[in-house]
Design a protein around this ligand. Structure first.
Ligand SMILES: C[S@@+](CC[C@H](N)C(=O)[O-])C[C@H]1O[C@@H](n2cnc3c(N)ncnc32)[C@H](O)[C@@H]1O
Length: 270
């Protein structure tokens, strides 16, 4: 049973994500079927590609939590999984995922509309691999129930892959922000530890041009919170890589000595 205050920000985020899709740039997402048919593992960051190419996904069941329009999960299906399930809370974005899957002739992938914290028990112990990609875990205030749901849904021995912005990025001022100094990229503007949420009303920039949007609430999570909440949920860390390049906010800090993104892999203990 999820607490009411938790549901409040999650319901508000659902409305804001659906609104962002309604404001999407013309043809946003329409290229997915063609790219799926013409390219090898499109839409996936090189760090994920390097990792998944070492996994044997043939005849496996895989899932993406917070799958958005499904482009990454549909891409991963190229590696031979027999079944894929994408979970997301935004109904209209999932509708595009289903349309794109059908247009690309991918029939073994389903898309389920749900708050991740409320994924039904029918999906427990079903998956050999669960992935989260960029900008997914930030929508959850408390990582403990989030990774509990991952552990519930993995088969024993199943793998969690998490690729995301490095939380150190939360300390760096971005171009356009008052504290950004193009001539001093060593300037740190914000704290690493940030218990209060980010509250934003500018929409989702990779889907739509800025507009006055419904409120989006997201959260900073230090690396220790990510790792500890994976461990307490009965998973064992098997890899943790950091990269000096950004995966979606700005490239001005790339190669300057900061960890800007990371990839983590863990196994559910047998
Ligand atoms: C930035 S996307 C992450 C996926 C992918 N990296 C991408 O860029 O499209 C975040 C997704 O999380 C979904 N989301 C936010 N809160 C959620 C929740 N409580 N349960 C399920 N999905 C949620 C949003 O609808 C959105 O599609």
């Amino acid at each position: 049973m999820v607490k009411e205050a938790v549901m409040d920000y999650i319901s508000a985020n659902k409305a804001a994500w659906e609104e962002a899709f309604d404001h999407r740039r013309p043809h946003w997402g329409d290229d997915v079927p063609a790219r799926l048919q013409q390219e090898h593992l499109p839409f996936l960051d090189p760090a994920i590609v390097a990792e998944v190419e070492q996994l044997d996904l043939k005849n496996k069941t895989i899932a993406q939590f917070c799958c958005n329009n499904g482009r990454e999960l549909l891409s991963l299906m190229q590696l031979g999984a027999t079944r894929g399930v994408g979970f997301d809370i935004a109904d209209n974005i999932l509708a595009q995922a289903r349309t794109n899957a059908a247009a690309a002739n991918i029939t073994n992938c389903e898309f389920v509309s749900t708050n991740i914290l409320e994924i039904p028990a029918a999906y427990h112990e079903q998956f050999d691999l669960i992935i989260f990609t960029i900008g997914a875990i930030t929508w959850f205030e408390d990582l403990k129930p989030l990774f509990a749901k991952v552990a519930d849904c993995l088969k024993p021995g199943g793998i969690l892959l998490l690729h995301d912005f490095h939380p150190l990025m939360n300390m760096l001022p971005l171009p356009g922000e008052a504290d950004f100094k193009a001539d001093d990229l060593s300037h740190i503007a914000y704290p690493y530890f940030k218990p209060d949420p980010f509250i934003e009303n500018d929409g989702i920039s990779y889907i739509a041009e800025p507009y006055k949007s419904k409120t989006l609430t997201s959260f900073a999570h230090p690396i220790s919170a990510i790792i500890n909440n994976i461990i307490v949920n009965g998973m064992q860390l098997t890899a943790f890589n950091e990269y000096d390049y950004d995966v979606g906010l700005t490239d001005v800090y790339d190669g300057k000595g900061y960890p800007l993104s990371f990839l983590l892999e863990a196994n559910k203990l047998i």
